[in-house]
Design a protein around this ligand. Structure first.
Ligand SMILES: Cc1cc2nc3c(=O)[nH]c(=O)nc-3n(C[C@H](O)[C@H](O)[C@H](O)COP(=O)(O)OP(=O)(O)OC[C@H]3O[C@@H](n4cnc5c(N)ncnc54)[C@H](O)[C@@H]3O)c2cc1C
Length: 426
């Protein structure tokens, strides 16, 4: 097998001989849910299957054996992420000319699902760098900005971070207080950013700050900042309930100096850029949710076949069987919403908001129901720190919170159903 840039395929999958060229790259590669003679086609292309198999194989062999130790030590899996980057998984939606994999969105969500099936922390690391950093840079960056950062991001040589949330403003993104003042040919930023995923590990941060506080939503601008910028500091690490091997930090911007040519898009376009990035970001979190739920269901099914009570495996009890059946049915329903959103993005649909929100809302809440039942099937073992399902239970909780809470997703969906006069943008 060759390890060709930009996307290495067939990682130990045994698929190299399946008529697929080893080392082939993933271009626009067909779509799901395509209308063909009035029929819906749910089949994945060979390339999409290969992305899925490659991600699964990597996560099972390279990360799963080390996860328990990493979790105990809160060790950020930099080495594994570097390898995932070499495989093209840090820049999946970035065209090959910019060093990316040039893959379709369906392949992207398949990759994230498979990563999250084993480890939700690694999935959010990849989701952020792909969806809300490389994506906006590709869409809104100048040629110069793309040249400087995009290939390195796309190849996973550096990670990206997205810094919108502040201690006093999360859902209400227009309420951020960070300020950016123009002084000659630079901006000076002051403020605090919280819950920055990949913070402390990233080589590039998209930071949102107000250039015109009087303009409300239209006064927010986006800046591309390297951690070496004067006045830029990681102030502290969050001590989280779950996702213990991902990084979440608070950033302090203290007279942080940023050259004017590191403004992303125009002044006042920050919120538009952030919200557009969140469309594919939310599909990513929805895919992460499906992966977490699938992993939990598989653990519960395995345990149910082993654990005996009243003289038989608990899997013999109809109560357990029905739980598992309901869990898988909900997972598949969520997966279809994720694939629908991804296929629509690949088909060039511009207004993805409602579909990304539906996928994120349903999949994240579904994942929490599924992990709840998975712990229940494990009984007391599921409550032990020694048992893997306990990690998934903690990891799942954030899915309904970040990249827009469930309440905010419902606002986005309802606004589209009812018209712009009802409910504000989120
Ligand atoms: C692990 C983790 C990683 C994160 N990573 C990032 C990151 O990389 N970058 C980043 O910028 N942010 C990140 N976040 C922040 C995350 O996006 C916010 O936490 C989220 O948007 C919610 O904001 P908040 O926590 O301030 O809650 P709040 O906005 O204070 O909301 C509190 C509650 O009120 C509800 N609420 C608020 N407004 C309304 C309304 N209008 N109608 C009904 N209910 C409402 C909310 O749904 C929620 O239930 C991360 C958070 C976590 C936990």
């Amino acid at each position: 097998m060759t390890h060709a840039s930009p996307l290495r395929v067939g990682y130990g999958t045994g698929m190299d001989g399946a008529g697929l060229k080893p080392g082939a790259t993933f271009r626009e590669s067909g779509r799901q849910l395509q209308e063909k003679d009035g029929q819906m086609d749910f089949a994945l292309t060979d390339q999409q299957e290969l992305v899925r198999a490659t991600a699964r194989q990597f996560m099972e062999t390279e990360l799963r054996p080390r996860l328990r130790q990493y979790e105990k030590e809160e060790h950020f899996p930099a080495e594994e992420i570097r390898k995932l980057g070499e495989m093209g998984f840090c820049g999946m939606l970035v065209p090959e000319e910019w060093g990316g994999a040039g893959a379709d969105t369906v392949s992207y969500v398949l990759m994230l699902e498979e990563v999250a099936r084993v480890d939700a922390s690694t999935a959010v690391t990849l989701s952020v760098t792909n969806s809300v950093v490389a994506g906006p840079l590709l869409a809104h960056g100048t040629g110069e900005q793309k040249k400087r950062w995009l290939p390195r991001l796309a190849r996973g040589e550096m990670l990206g971070a997205f810094s919108l949330t502040e201690p006093a403003a999360g859902s209400d993104a227009a309420g951020i207080e960070a300020r950016a003042e123009r002084h000659g040919d630079e901006y000076v930023l002051n403020g605090t950013k919280s819950w920055v995923t990949n913070g402390g590990e990233a080589g590039l941060y998209i930071v949102f700050a107000k250039t015109d506080p009087a303009a409300g939503r239209k006064g927010v601008s986006a800046f591309l900042i390297e951690p070496s910028a004067p006045g830029f500091r990681v102030a502290r690490h969050e001590d989280k309930m779950g996702l213990r091997i991902s990084r979440s930090v608070e950033l302090a911007l203290e007279n942080c100096e940023v050259p004017a040519n590191q403004l992303l898009g125009g002044e006042g376009e920050g919120l538009k850029i952030a919200l557009a990035g969140l469309d594919s970001g939310r599909l990513g979190i929805a895919a992460q949710s499906v992966g977490v739920a699938q992993g939990a269901m598989e653990m519960a099914a395995r345990y149910a076949k082993q654990r005996r009570a009243f003289g038989q495996a608990i899997a013999e009890f109809q109560a357990i069987q029905w739980k598992l059946a309901d869990m898988q049915t909900e997972i598949d329903a969520a997966r279809m919403l994720v694939w629908q959103g991804a296929a629509m993005r690949d088909a060039g649909v511009k207004k993805l908001g409602r579909y990304a929100s539906e996928a994120k809302l349903y999949a994240s809440e579904m994942a929490n129901r599924v992990v709840y039942h998975a712990v229940q099937i494990h009984g007391s073992s599921g409550y032990s720190r020694e048992c893997e399902i306990e990690r998934l239970y903690r990891d799942a909780r954030v899915l309904t919170i970040y990249e827009g809470t469930s309440e905010i997703q419902r606002m986005v969906i309802a606004r589209e159903l009812l018209g712009a006069g009802f409910g504000r943008s989120a």
